[in-house]
Design a protein around this ligand. Structure first.
Ligand code: NAP
Length: 435
């Protein structure tokens, strides 16, 4: 029997578990360990609450989770309740599927002012992540700046721009909905340090901005190259740029919309200014160099704003003793291999890129590597040893069956039209699974 421990119950974790089931059949026991008492990681606390069709992929993970040889073990913090070395002693393979939940740091003066927040915190807040439930973002100002031109920047802008009615059917948490519906925001500026041809936004997500009830996207045609240049773009990017161009001439149609989503291209934030809290963002105009990188021109201007959300990418949190690539913010690895018996997968392996689906081939590939390395297994103890150790340490764990009780309570607590009202406090989750 092979024993595999997967740390992290998000997409990379569950695709790896599915791959192990398919590869080894009954000859494997997979334990999926998560810090929270609830599974699915990024699907629950990263994917936007108004993107329920993307979140539906968790049904596939549930199928895996209900298999006889896969066990969810929630409410366990690796590093606190158990060390990596201890896990390696119990399992043939330990796979880090810990994602990239930490923000890349915005390294400009003033980024420590009140009102400057990272996307992990803002996204976690509206998605009910226990770590960020008390964020209390400043939504009473009229103007907000969002740094970055990726899909997370789009999510953050769209969530800020939507009306209460547009959240029907979503699972945005009550505290965020209440605060957002009273927000005074009229101007949301999305800053890209490069141009429209260098955005990291995908077409579907960009297209959604054209259909918001009270918000209109605004772009400056002068930021765009000649339309002919779009032909050189790869098809997805070409579609995204076509959406951006469709925002050119909609002033009449969109006149009634009071909120603007202002695309500010070739705009590099250089400082945040304010007396204790954000008042202005100082921006330098850029041009592209020959390698299509941004280069400051020295020309500066200011954007008045009461909040800055930095959406410039994520990093995997390092774990003591595990080799780490600081530049790229991920574990140091060769095709997922970190050290003998220790692997990584998904964002923890390749950095925060790609879609949810990108984690599927990643998960299958790491199980192939593990199969090459561990053969039929090494008579490790696996779950039995883990349970004994947790019993000794008094660690209270959560099973998938327990999670289903938490899930049912969240469904029962849902407001009208919503699929669920998430618990945002770990103690409430733990109480719900005891009923
Ligand atoms: P991302 O796609 O890597 O975008 C990061 C953005 O931040 C880029 O525009 C980048 O500009 C900019 N940036 C980086 N450092 C900067 C700095 N110091 N100053 C100013 N701008 C800076 O990251 P993300 O938006 O966090 O998304 C992470 C992953 O999740 C992506 O693969 C994304 O597609 C995925 N995602 C998908 C969805 C969806 O499918 N609906 C939703 C959310 C996220 P440069 O290009 O110039 O570096």
């Amino acid at each position: 029997m092979r024993h595999i421990a997967i740390i992290g119950s998000g997409p990379a974790g569950y695709y790896s578990a599915e791959a192990a089931q398919k590869k080894f059949g009954d000859e494997v026991c997979v334990d999926i360990i998560d810090r929270l008492p609830v599974p699915f990681g990024l699907i629950r606390t990263g994917v936007a609450p108004d993107h329920q069709s993307i979140k539906a992929v968790s049904r596939r993970y549930e199928k895996t989770a209900l298999g006889d040889n896969v066990h969810f073990i929630g409410n366990v913090c690796v590093g606190d309740n158990i060390s990596i070395e201890e896990l390696q002693g119990l399992y043939d393979a330990v796979v880090l599927a810990t994602g990239a939940p930490n923000d890349r740091v915005l390294e400009i003066p003033g980024s420590d002012l009140d009102g400057v927040i990272g996307s992990a915190a803002f996204v976690g807040w509206y998605n009910g992540h226990p770590d960020f439930r008390d964020l209390d973002p400043i939504l009473d100002g009229r103007s907000v700046a969002i740094i970055g031109n990726g899909n997370v920047a789009l999510d953050v802008a769209r969530i800020m721009a939507k009306t209460e009615a547009e959240f029907v059917g979503s699972d945005i948490v009550g505290h965020a909905l209440d605060q957002l519906k009273d927000s005074n925001i009229e101007k949301i500026t999305l800053l890209g340090r490069r141009g429209p041809h260098q955005i990291a936004m995908t077409p579907k997500e960009l297209g959604e901005l054209g259909h918001l009830e009270r918000a209109k996207p605004v772009v400056d045609p002068l930021d765009f190259p000649d339309e002919g240049a779009d032909a050189l773009l790869e098809p997805g990017m070409r579609k995204s740029v076509t959406h951006l161009r469709s925002f050119f001439d909609r002033a009449g149609e969109l006149r009634e919309k009071p909120v603007t989503l202002d695309f500010d291209f070739f705009a590099m934030p250089v400082a945040i200014v304010g007396d204790g809290k954000v008042e202005k963002l100082v921006v330098e105009k850029t041009v592209l160099d020959k390698d299509l990188r941004s280069k400051g021109t020295g020309e500066r201007y200011e954007i008045e704003c009461s909040m800055v959300v930095s959406c410039i990418g994520y990093r995997t949190p390092p774990i003591e003793g595990v080799p780490y690539e600081h530049g790229r913010g991920r574990f140091a690895n060769e095709e997922g291999r970190i050290l003998p018996g220790l692997y990584c997968v998904g964002w923890a392996k390749r950095g925060p890129s790609g879609t949810i689906g990108t984690n599927k081939p990643d998960g299958f590939a790491i199980i192939d590597k593990i199969a090459e390395d561990i053969g039929a297994g090494d008579n490790k103890e696996g779950r039995k040893g883990l349970d004994r150790l947790f019993a000794r340490r008094g660690v209270e764990t959560v099973t998938f069956k327990d999670w289903k009780k938490i899930e049912q309570a969240e469904i029962d607590n849902a407001r009208d039209g919503a699929p669920r009202e998430k618990f945002t406090d770990v103690s409430d989750m733990m109480a719900a699974q005891k009923i």
